[in-house]
Design a binder for this molecule. Structure first.
Ligand code: IVH
Length: 658
């Protein structure tokens, strides 16, 4: 077969397999086969870019960058439904419908909590994607939507069609996304909807590609063009075209009792669904009925959105209190009258930073609504501006540290106290050092650290390991006995043998979170090696960018930090990496294979390397750890030589793998 046909064949195989996986929930090939086909396609496309197809699955990794969002006028306005909240309103809706269409039946669909997106296909190929915008004019987000795995780049039919649906982020992707943001000290997204909206509003499609967005199709604006007669047929047609639909959850009802029981049963499933929903969309099924009902000035008459009772409550903002984190970052916090939300009483919530407060125009005295984001962290959802009396005090950012009075310094969106001796910073960094994810010192919690700091027992991290000198004094303190102090001193002693990554994370180096600390510890094995690593070398590690590298170097260039590490060593702390698994010896490394090997099949070697924690990729970059070269190597070998990447021959593999 010639190359061009093979590329087409691979494109089709992979697109079909993706659809079966993402849309039908029914994979037809193994992950390994998928990866092999994908790699083969990537290889061929690299060599023969002229044959790369528009619907190539390799487009999904993103890459296209736009410099602004173009405006798109919708062919038919993108409307939304009126919201209703209770049974009476459901009954009133049904009565209204029955006046015009006495025999109406309804489709019932989960109301996806994301943002609506219109997709335009020409001859079955995705040509444009747009947000709703104001309903008439939206924004072109094609570059980002193309990266969404559940969006088919090519349909199963070569038709022109507009499809509408919801762009959303699954609960799993949301958690992953926020974990990464936390790791990088970036502001967390309050909920999956905001995360999805933030992701499609990126100019660089690589960002959206990484976020793991999804698309649920639910509406065709011109169904009669395809001979469709009901909304259920629209949903079926969308599925046939290759879209993800809620076919397992959608329902049908012919009266209000059936609607209400559907709502109840979906409500029970809600927490177990992989995505957020905020209600049920009720649509008249017959398109004839739909046409008869038509539109009001604003909204369709033929459908309505029932919203689940909110997990939100109202309270009054009493104070905005600024706290100082261990990096010196100043965070405004909302302090409000205690309220019961989703099972617990809360009285404060983070307001993130100045921009967040100004955007919300939040004022002391405002009535605000609170909910628990992801059901855990309380969050201010909304300021009820209509309830203002005029006595509210507008937000004003402070310019001095609330603890030590130093001038604050603004960096990007945040303000920092730069005084290394600021007591708030000290206490926060001590709390961080002892906490579960870092040195895990049982019995040294927030309150005790604060007390010990104020009493002068612990002023610095190293003082934790000198606490045993004060055993007698500590036992005198109220609330402590010999037993609790002995336990505390034991857990301090135990923490000395933690592996390098724990203490690295504990030191509080800016931008070095749990994951980064692990990568660095595995790579360098001892603190000495890490201290000696150059910025360039650090940047060359996969998953370590310039910002982290710079921050690590800055930390180790300060005399006081080196002094602290020496002191801790002296006090008996371990600063070497104690691998817990024999199987992760290649963690953080990236290899590229080229040429034919005598003793290994490519897939076999890939698996061996991956099982040991390495990544195997297709192109050589300066971040590649090594290139494994067999007989008749390709251009990757030349590129590796040019970039000075380490070359492994087959005879070197034994040592590498062992
Ligand atoms: S149909 C004319 N179906 O909720 C409205 N919308 O007011 C056509 N939504 O803005 C939309 N799930 O963003 C429809 N299964 C669903 C939906 C859904 C979520 C969103 C959509 C719309 C709002 C409904």
């Amino acid at each position: 077969m010639d190359i061009k046909n093979r590329i087409k064949e691979l494109t089709d195989i992979i697109n079909k397999a993706s659809m079966e996986y993402y849309v039908n929930d029914n994979p037809s090939i193994t992950d390994q086969e998928y990866d092999d086909y994908y790699r083969e396609l990537l290889n061929l496309e690299e060599k023969y870019p002229e044959y790369k197809l528009k619907d190539s699955p390799t487009n999904k990794v993103g890459g296209q960058v736009v410099d602004k969002f173009e405006k798109v006028t919708h062919k038919t306005p993108m409307l939304s439904f009126d919201d209703i909240f209770n049974e009476d309103e459901i009954k009133a809706f049904d009565e209204r419908i029955r006046k015009t269409c006495p025999n109406a039946t309804y489709t019932l669909e989960p109301k996806m909590d994301g943002l609506s997106g219109s997709l335009i296909y020409e001859k079955g190929v995705l040509v444009r994607a747009a947000t709703r915008g104001d309903g008439v004019v939206g924004e072109d987000i094609t570059h980002n939507v193309k990266t969404i795995k559940s969006v088919p780049l090519k349909l199963n039919k070569e038709i022109d069609i507009e499809v509408r649906g919801e762009i959303y982020m699954s609960k799993k992707s949301f958690e992953k996304c926020n974990e990464e943001r936390k790791e990088n000290n970036e502001a967390l997204f309050a909920n999956p909807r905001n995360a999805a909206a933030g992701s499609v509003r990126q100019l660089d499609s690589r960002v959206a590609a990484k976020r793991g967005l999804d698309y649920m199709a639910y509406f065709i604006p011109n169904p009669d063009e395809y001979g469709i007669k009901t909304q259920s047929e629209s949903l079926k047609f969308l599925k046939e075209l290759g879209f993800l639909t809620n076919y397992k959850l959608n329902g049908i009802a012919s009266n209000t009792d059936e609607i209400i029981s559907y709502i109840e049963s979906l409500g029970e499933k809600r927490d177990d669904l992989p995505f957020e929903i905020d209600g049920v969309v009720i649509k008249v099924n017959s398109l004839k009925d739909e046409a008869k009902l038509g539109f009001t000035q604003r909204v369709p008459r033929w459908g309505i959105a029932y919203k689940f009772p909110a997990k939100e409550v109202l309270t009054k903002l009493k104070e905005i209190k600024f706290t100082v984190g261990r990096t010196g970052k100043i965070t405004p916090n909302a302090i409000f009258d205690p309220v019961h939300v989703a099972g617990s009483i809360v009285s404060k919530a983070t307001l993130h930073n100045e921009d967040y407060c100004l955007d919300k125009d939040i004022r002391v005295g405002d009535v605000i609504s609170i909910r628990k984001a992801g059901d855990v962290i309380p969050e201010v959802v909304e300021v009820k501006k209509e309830r203002r009396t005029g006595d509210e005090t507008p937000f004003k950012m402070i310019d001095k540290c609330p603890m030590c009075g130093s001038d604050l310094v603004k960096e990007d969106a945040n303000y920092f106290c730069k005084n290394p001796h600021c007591p708030a910073r000290k206490i926060e960094s001590l709390i961080h050092f002892a906490s579960r994810d870092t040195m895990n010192i049982d019995g040294l919690g927030e309150r005790i650290i604060e007390d010990f700091y104020n009493m002068g027992f612990i002023k610095d991290i190293s003082d934790i390991y000198r606490l045993d000198n004060h055993k007698e004094d500590l036992m005198e303190l109220e609330g402590f006995g010999e037993k609790s102090i002995t336990n505390l001193l034991n857990s301090i002693e135990n923490s000395k043998s933690n592996s390098l990554e724990k203490v690295l994370f504990a030191l509080g180096i800016r931008h070095v979170g749990k994951k980064t600390a692990k990568i660095l510890a595995k790579r360098y094995k001892t603190i000495k090696n890490l201290v000696n690593a150059s910025e360039e070398e650090l940047t060359n590690i996969n998953d370590i960018g310039e910002i982290i590298a710079k921050s690590v170097k800055t930390y180790f260039s300060k005399e006081e930090n080196i002094k602290l590490i020496d002191e801790l060593k002296e006090l008996g702390l371990n600063f070497t990496y104690e691998s817990t698994s024999v199987n992760d010896t290649l963690d953080g490394m990236t290899f590229v294979l080229t040429g034919t090997l005598e003793h290994y099949k490519r897939e076999e070697l890939t698996k061996i390397l991956e099982d040991k924690g390495a990544k195997v990729t297709n192109s050589v970059t300066k971040k590649t750890t090594g290139v494994i070269v067999g007989d008749k190597p390709g251009s990757k070998y030349d590129k590796a030589l040019k970039l000075g990447i380490k070359i492994y021959e087959e005879k070197d593999l034994d040592e590498l793998i062992k």
